[in-house]
Design a protein around this ligand. Structure first.
Ligand SMILES: Nc1nc2c(ncn2[C@@H]2O[C@H](COP(=O)(O)OP(=O)(O)OP(=O)(O)O)[C@@H](O)[C@H]2O)c(=O)[nH]1
Length: 219
């Protein structure tokens, strides 16, 4: 019994060790990329994750909280193309609808392609994603991909902030609408005999909007 248990534990440790080793190999270092968008410097932290499904649980922890996503397949690797659907689902399940693009890499090897143009375009259309053809090797379209994502992200952030500001205005209007009826108005007499009116906020104030910027995140 004890022996069996120890054995199992050793196996587990070995599995974990293998997983960690592979993780080290497959989740490469974070990359910091700086780009300019509308004269502002945007810093992107990039994580390149492993494609193997056995590491799903581990890689998930890396893209949890991501604010943009690049789904890449290779011109010369059909499996990577076929895996795009499943990656989209995994990312969406983990982080929801974030700015995402579809990229066909290695277009410098177009003569060896295993993906037809129409197939790639159809995939982008079906997934409703902007599609880029790029070559990391030749530095083709790489910046464009990140610029598009950063713009899209900033656009959403501004929109979100504007919506939240609107909520603040609405809320502050409510706060500002002082109710001069009954319980909210306390009429007192001042020492000089003139009536003093104390205004108190209307109780309509919405609690949940106390911190309108609470859900804002910065790059
Ligand atoms: N010709 C060409 N080779 C490329 C390009 N981008 C990457 N490679 C090469 O493709 C190989 C794999 O590159 P990685 O960056 O490791 O790509 P990956 O998709 O993370 O691949 P995995 O290691 O299978 O996860 C390397 O030898 C790269 O030099 C490209 O645009 N054109």
């Amino acid at each position: 019994m004890i022996h069996g248990g120890t054995q199992a534990l050793i196996y587990k440790c070995a599995e974990l060790f293998t997983a960690l080793k592979s993780m080290k190999l497959n989740i490469r270092e974070e990359i910091l990329k700086k780009i300019r968008v509308n004269d502002e410097e945007v810093r992107l932290m990039l994580w390149d994750t492993a494609g193997q499904e056995e590491f799903d649980a581990i890689t998930k922890a890396y893209y949890r909280g991501a604010q943009a996503c690049v789904l890449v397949f290779s011109t010369t690797d059909r499996e990577s193309f076929q895996a795009i659907d499943s990656w989209r689902e995994k990312v969406e399940a983990e982080v929801g609808d974030i700015p995402t693009v579809l990229v066909q890499n290695k277009i410098d090897l177009l003569e060896e392609t295993v993906i037809k143009n129409e197939e790639a375009e159809a995939l982008a259309k079906r997934l409703k994603l902007r599609f880029y053809r790029a070559s990391v090797k030749e530095d083709l379209n790489v910046n464009e991909v990140f610029k598009y994502l950063a713009e899209k992200y900033l656009q959403r952030l501004k929109q979100q902030t504007a919506e939240e500001t609107e909520v603040v205005h609405t809320t502050s209007n409510k706060i500002g609408v002082f109710n001069t009826t009954s319980s909210n108005v306390h009429n007192q007499s001042s020492s000089n005999g003139r009536e003093v009116i104390t205004l108190r906020p209307n109780k309509q104030r919405t609690k949940k909007n106390k911190n309108p910027f609470g859900s804002c995140s910065l790059l």
